[in-house]
Every structure is written in C-alpha cells, then in structure tokens.
Design a protein around this ligand. Sequence first.
Ligand code: COA
Length: 172
Amino acid sequence: MKKSEQHIMSTPKGDVKFRRGDDGDIHAISELTRAENLLFRSPEDVEILLPCYHVAESVATGEIIGCISAKMYGHDAEVISFRVKEDFLGIGIGAELLNIELEFLKERETVKRIFSLTTRKVFAGSFTKAGFVEVGIQMFDPKVVQVCSKCPKNVLVDGKHLCDEIAVIYPL
Ligand SMILES: CC(C)(COP(=O)(O)OP(=O)(O)OC[C@H]1O[C@@H](n2cnc3c(N)ncnc32)[C@H](O)[C@@H]1OP(=O)(O)O)[C@@H](O)C(=O)NCCC(=O)NCCS
C-alpha cells in the first residue's frame, strides 16, 4: 500500500491514522496552523488548498493532531502547514506526514520541484532526514520571492534581519 493512502501507525501515544484531509477537517487544520514558524491558514485558505492536505488523526479520540500540505507555484510545490500537536511531538508523526506528502507530490506530473521554507532546527530534525538539502530561495518561481518579501519577518530590527528561515529542496 502506498503511504499516501489511508493507514494506521502504532505510536507510544496510541494508534494514529494518516489520511487525506477532507471537508470535516477544515477548521481543525486551520487551528493547527496557528503555530510558531507557520503561516496561519484561515478556513477559507485551507478549503482552497484542501486537495493537497494530509492529516494525522488520533484513533482513540478522533482528534486531528497533525497536518501537512503543499502550495503550487507553477511547477514548484512548497511544503506548507507542517505541524504536529505538542503532546504528540518526537514520536515519528512528523516524519510520517512528510514522507506521505513527498510520495503524494512525486506522483504528480506537474510537480517538477519540491521545496520548503523552514528554520535550521526543523531542517535538522525533519527535512534533512527526508532527503532535503539547503538552497538559495532565488532558484524558485519569482512568486515565492514575492510572497517572502511581504512576510512580517522580512524586516530589520536593531540591525538584525528577523527572518530565520532557509530554503530547502528535495532532489527529484
Ligand atoms: C516540525 C514538526 C512537525 C515535527 O513533528 P514531530 O512529530 O515531532 O516529528 P518527528 O517525531 O518525526 O521528529 C523529528 C525530529 O524532531 C525533533 N523534535 C521536535 N520536537 C520534539 C520533542 N518535543 N521531543 C522530541 N523530539 C522532538 C527530534 O529531533 C526528532 O528527531 P529524531 O528523529 O532524531 O528524534 C513539529 O516539531 C512541529 O509541529 N513544529 C512546529 C511547527 C513547525 O515549525 N513546522 C515546520 C514549519 S516548515
């Protein structure tokens, strides 16, 4: 069975179901994107991007405890909304979500590059283990740089650039 299809993983915190996001998940996903390092996605944003969302669901409670998605910029797919709830960190749910999203994106002919904008900490903990490498942001679709330039972190505070993110790419 492909990872991107629905499946269950046993974890020390109980069984976790991985599946495509659906209409009933929109509000829970939106709330999960209220996190440090993440761009908040309103329910309307999530609805538009829903075809690329995958979620992790606690089998015991039905709670959505993790999510991931992708946003297309031409042929470049940006991995977005990568989040796992605090109580479930460090038990492999993030790694599973990232692998699922990668498998899903690799199957799409329109996707020529898969990238993300992330912090060094998350790069070291998650992206590098999945095979991503650091690159310069200028190699992506100009719209990516445009969005980046409007980010609230793209400012100087006390002579320091507030942005702590790097661009990373998954070699296809
Ligand atoms: C990034 C994130 C989704 C990873 O989720 P996760 O389920 O903890 O990921 P994994 O369990 O696969 O662990 C990946 C690594 O994260 C690190 N980690 C992060 N938080 C941890 C915690 N509370 N306890 C233990 N390890 C933790 C570990 O180093 C782990 O590496 P290991 O395999 O060597 O143990 C999660 O930390 C998160 O939601 N962060 C906040 C939002 C964010 O920064 N998203 C990325 C934006 S690009």
